[in-house]
Every structure is written in C-alpha cells, then in structure tokens.
Design a protein around this ligand. Structure first.
Ligand code: AR6
Length: 192
C-alpha cells in the first residue's frame, strides 16, 4: 500500500518496492563517485538497465573534472532497458566520513536530482533511500533530510510533479512514513 502526500505543487508517494521496476520517467541511483557501478541499488539498476548504462556512465565521467562525480552531485543518463527513460545518478555521503557535512550533502543529492528533472522536463521521479545502505547513514536521520529537500523543491517549482520513494524494506518505509507525517502533517492520504 502506498502513502500519498500533497506537498507544495506536487505529490510525494512512499511505497515499499524495487526501484528498478518503477515506471516513473526517471529513477535516481545511489551511486558512487566513480560511476562505475557497485552493489546495492546501484548494482540492481545496472543489471536491469543492461550494459549500455555502464557505457553511458563512462561517457558521463569524461565530462567531469578528474572523472569523478563529487559527493552531493548528480548526473543524468538514459535508462536503456529500464521502464524509466532516465537514470539520475547521485552520490550520497558516507556517513562516517562526512561528519557534520553529511546532512547538507545528502540534501544536495535530492536537490540536484530534482534540478535535473526541471532542466529535462521530467515530470516524475522515484528515489531510493540514498546513503542508508552501504554508506551507513542512519535512516531515522536520513528520512527527514530527504523529505525536506523534496518539499523545498516541490514548493518552489511545478516540475517534477510526482516524487516517489521506492523503499526496499519495512524499517526504511516506516522511517520515511514517520518523517513524512511529521513534515507534511495533515496532508497525508492513503492510496491503493
Ligand atoms: N530498490 C530500492 N531500494 C533498494 C534496492 C532496490 N532494488 N536495492 C537496495 N535498495 P545502497 P548507499 C536499498 O547500499 O548506502 C553501492 O555499492 C537499500 O536497502 O544501495 O547510498 C554504490 O555503488 C538501502 O535502503 O546505497 C555505492 O558504492 C538503499 O537502497 C554505495 O553502494 C541504499 O542502499 C552507495 O551506498
């Protein structure tokens, strides 16, 4: 069952699921600075998109100073075999490494991904819970940061209209649900 919230000029949906199956126009990836793939959701997205995604990431790397995507930044590639036409690769902060910069860098991932949506007229995007797997960001801390960054973008802009969080496990879904009720208050509604 999904949870829907009217936020700013758009809608935020939280649901348990596999992001590689989403039919939003874009999906976000929790990548690393090398853009060469990895485990977790990054590995799943590369497997589902097929080998052309790695080639597109290599092409994107060539446009970056030193060939690395800095923490908090995002780049767009096609989605190839995915249902989503685009993948927006974000590099979340490694919690133990970034210290007091971690919240700002995590918010920056979401803000930059949503900026790319605006620049490419992408009306819907699904995010995973960036940084809360291998990168060790406690999900109770990450969820309100992610949702506040999305709220700020939806309050300021019409595009995208739909922001989904495709969350892989119950603990993560519960953390985002609690943070959303807290941040979005009485605007909560239940979907199908
Ligand atoms: N759909 C949705 N969420 C998923 C999926 C999926 N198919 N698979 C895993 N998750 P992580 P990070 C959840 O570790 O912490 C990679 O090696 C997972 O349960 O994928 O940002 C990259 O290359 C967790 O809730 O990303 C980087 O090196 C969330 O996605 C590094 O991991 C994020 O977990 C990035 O670490």
């Amino acid at each position: 069952m999904e949870q829907r919230f009217d936020v700013g000029r758009g809608v935020v949906v939280l649901e348990r699921g596999d992001i590689t199956r989403q039919d939003t126009e874009a999906i976000a990836n929790a990548a690393n600075s090398t853009l060469l793939g990895g485990g977790g959701v990054d590995g799943a997205i590369h497997r589902a998109a097929g080998p052309k995604l790695l080639q597109a990431c290599r092409d994107a790397k060539r446009t970056l100073p030193s060939g690395l995507l800095p923490t908090g930044q995002a780049v767009l590639t096609p989605g190839f075999r995915l249902r989503a036409a685009h993948v927006i690769h974000c590099v979340g902060p490694v919690y133990a490494r970034e210290g007091q910069d971690a919240p700002r860098l995590l918010a920056s991932c979401y803000a930059n991904a949503l900026r790319l949506c605006r620049e490419h007229d992408i009306r819907s995007i699904a995010f995973p819970s960036i940084s809360t797997g291998v990168y060790g960001y406690p999900v109770q801390e990450a969820a309100p940061i992610a949702l506040a960054a999305v709220r700020d973008a939806l309050e300021a802009n019409d595009t995208p209209h739909l922001v989904k969080f495709s969350l892989f496990d119950d603990t993560t879904l519960e953390a985002y649900g609690a943070a959303a009720r807290d941040l979005f208050g009485g605007r909560a509604g239940r979907g199908s």
